[in-house]
Design a protein around this ligand. Structure first.
Ligand SMILES: [Zn+2]
Length: 85
């Protein structure tokens, strides 16, 4: 089961946490830019955000910069943030 992180300062928007800088990212903002094509997404974002498909799930980032850092050592960020084992 995925960790349920709910915040209520944005109405109904799905928020993901940028594992690199800890910022909250609205998934809708990122999807609007990159499209929603699992595995084949162009992964381009014009300043609003970026996401990366890794080990079966999408990770969202506030910027391409954070995404690059994540991609360098993804497991470190994931293990650092994982609530379970
Ligand atoms: Zn970030």
């Amino acid at each position: 089961m995925p960790p349920a992180r709910r915040r209520h300062h944005r109405r109904g928007a799905a928020l993901a946490v940028d594992l690199v800088c800890g910022r909250e990212v609205a998934e809708g903002d990122v999807d609007a830019v990159t499209g929603h094509v699992p595995g084949g997404a162009p992964e381009r974002a014009s300043g609003t955000g970026a996401k990366r498909f890794y080990r079966g799930r999408w990770y969202y980032f506030c910027s391409l910069d954070c995404r690059l850092k994540f991609m360098a050592t993804p497991d470190e960020f994931i293990e650092g943030a994982a609530p379970e084992g």
